[in-house]
Write a protein that binds this ligand. Structure first.
Ligand SMILES: Nc1ncnc2c1ncn2[C@@H]1O[C@H](COP(=O)(O)OP(=O)(O)OP(=O)(O)O)[C@@H](O)[C@H]1O
Ligand SMILES: [Mg+2]
Length: 256
């Protein structure tokens, strides 16, 4: 992204964003509610256009390419995308349909390869036993894992996860962090961007961080230089002590 801004109504909800994600890098994007994280991810995932500046995704400039084709190369999971899934759809179809960039099992006939890949992804994310279940009947933790499997169905070169840990319980969060960590370490893993509010959700193998505040980049770079007490205190507007043990971060208020 070069000089990227997003104007909604009379308000700039993103301003002056210069950011680049290189192959093999795994980024965490962190910031308070309303900081502009999801707006930034929509741009990165080629789901929307900037009001100013230029977004280049996988060497293609947004606005100059066929968006449908580009989106196939970018895996994206978010709660907004999840809302578009039909409640009655079976888990296996939620994943399988992503091979063709659409949801709804009736729209495509699948070949055997798609079917095997969808089942393999469900197994890798520990939800293969749910293949025949209706998506609406899953727990929040199960749903998050199915959505990641779905985002990976088209074998994307870039994977963007907007708050995959939201509303998970402690065991669910730890399971997700471990799975994301293992996946990110894999030799064939795509570049990744993970949005979170909670430093505890950052997998140890993540390499870089971008901190957003009020629509602007407060800090970005190698994770150890960015996930610091002064920077996160400023981002969340409270005094925080940020610590890292064995690659896992914690943050707590020092104001009490
Ligand atoms: N279409 C829109 N029109 C007007 N304002 C918008 C629009 N989309 C987002 N906003 C505003 O822009 C700001 C950033 O929103 P965004 O969803 O990107 O934040 P976020 O960092 O993802 O927040 P959260 O942590 O709560 O998910 C918010 O104040 C939001 O109300
Ligand atoms: Mg958001």
């Amino acid at each position: 992204m070069r000089g990227v801004g997003v104007l909604r109504g009379t308000r700039w909800i993103l301003r002056d964003v210069d950011w680049s994600v290189e192959p093999m890098q795994h980024w965490v994007v962190i910031g308070a509610n309303g900081a502009g994280k999801s707006t930034l991810m929509d741009l990165a995932a080629a789901r929307s256009f900037p009001s100013v500046g230029q977004v280049t995704a996988l060497d293609e400039v947004l606005g100059e390419v066929d968006l449908a084709e580009l989106r196939q190369r970018i895996g994206f999971a978010s709660s907004v995308a999840a809302q578009l899934i039909d409640d009655a759809e079976h888990v296996i179809d939620v994943v399988r349909t992503a091979a063709h960039g659409m949801s709804g099992s009736w729209q495509e006939t699948y070949d055997r390869t798609d079917d095997l890949r969808a089942r393999d992804l469900l197994q890798r994310w520990g939800v293969d036993s749910l293949a025949k279940k209706e998506f609406a009947r899953l727990s929040e933790g199960e749903r998050k894992r199915v959505l990641i499997a779905r985002a990976l169905m088209s074998d994307p070169e870039l994977l963007i996860l907007d708050e995959p840990g939201a509303s998970l319980d402690l065991a669910g969060r730890e399971d997700l962090v471990a799975r994301l960590d293992a996946f990110a370490k894999g030799a064939d893993s795509p570049s990744m961007v993970l949005v979170t509010h909670h430093v505890e959700e950052i997998p140890p193998s993540f390499t870089h961080a971008l901190v957003l505040r009020d629509g602007a980049v407060l800090a970005l770079g190698p994770i150890g230089q960015v996930m610091t007490s002064p920077i996160l205190s400023e981002a969340f507007a409270i005094p925080l002590l940020v610590q890292c043990v064995d690659g896992r971060y914690t943050a707590r208020s020092t104001s009490s």
